[in-house]
Design a binder for this molecule. Structure first.
Ligand code: A2P
Length: 269
């Protein structure tokens, strides 16, 4: 039988909260998301990540996961790949409601709006599970206070991997509290690389060809007007970094705001 997470966590080791899984959603055989309870003491800023995982043979086995949920939400939400021989995700993919999960007490990370200088359009460039931090940011009203326009660009291999597509394009614009902010400001550009889809190709290609800007009716990227956050595979981050820096963007960090920031989509096993 498959390894079960159920009895794996009985008490939280130092530095962690013990939370309970509430819902699990399997997007594909490579991708799932789940929600869990949230300790009132757990604080984070949209775009940050925390260490999360399971007790395995008496020890915490944890990886960095971006928060999908917004800071104002009652529950926590995470998006994960599934790797059959991955030390954590081979186990985590089997969680069911009621199971215990460990959540590190301290959230951190560079993909926070505070690390960007004020600007007009905020671009989120994600591949795969790199979408996660941007799901939190697009549900955070402050994002819309700081920027006139927010664009989510998400590239995946297959259409089914466009996780949260309905959330972004439908639920959020209809949300009773956020809808008004989102409808006027949020644009969504999904692209697919290995199946037929209206927007095809890697984000890097779409930027360099200008197709992305033509499709959205926006000007090409400029540090005078645009800000960017990158979250994807190392290769995507590296290639987009080169593209941005060639256009005059400079990298920001905590306490040193600039015109773009970057973070790896961490969990690969
Ligand atoms: P491709 O199908 O052309 O490799 P993965 O599932 O491997 O993490 O990839 C997620 C998405 O990121 C895929 O659509 C993949 O495109 C794309 N990708 C991979 N490497 C790069 C890169 N260097 N620049 C832009 N996109 C990339």
């Amino acid at each position: 039988s498959s390894p079960s997470a159920s009895a794996a966590v009985e008490a939280a080791p130092p530095g962690f909260f013990l939370e309970r899984v509430l819902t699990v959603h399997h997007w594909t055989d490579r991708l799932f998301s789940f929600t869990c309870t949230r300790s009132p003491q757990f604080r984070f800023v949209a775009g940050q990540f925390a260490m999360i995982g399971l007790m395995v043979e008496g020890n915490p086995l944890v990886r960095a996961y971006s928060l999908v949920s917004a800071p104002w939400e009652e529950h926590l939400e995470f998006l994960s790949i599934k790797v059959q021989d991955g030390p954590l995700t081979s186990r985590l993919q089997h969680i069911v409601p009621g199971d215990g999960v460990l959540i590190g007490r301290k959230a951190t990370g560079t993909l926070v709006t505070e690390n960007l200088l004020p600007g007009g359009t905020l671009w989120f460039f994600a591949t795969g599970t790199g979408l996660a931090p941007f799901l939190s940011l697009i549900r955070e009203p402050e994002t819309y206070d700081r920027f006139d326009r927010v664009v989510v660009v998400h590239t995946v291999r297959q259409v089914a991997e466009l996780a949260y597509r309905e959330t972004i394009s439908k639920d959020l614009p209809e949300h009773e509290l956020l809808g008004d902010l989102v409808r006027g400001k949020l644009l969504y550009y999904p692209s697919v690389t290995r199946e037929d889809f209206p927007n095809q190709g890697r984000v890097t290609t779409l930027v360099e060809s200008g197709r992305l800007f033509a499709d959205l009716g926006l000007s090409t990227l400029s540090p005078d007007r645009d800000r960017a956050m990158l979250c994807g595979s190392e290769a995507m981050n590296a290639d987009m970094r080169v593209i941005l820096e060639a256009r005059g963007f400079t990298e920001g960090a905590n306490n040193r705001p600039a015109t773009y920031v970057v973070e790896k989509a961490f969990v690969t096993k």
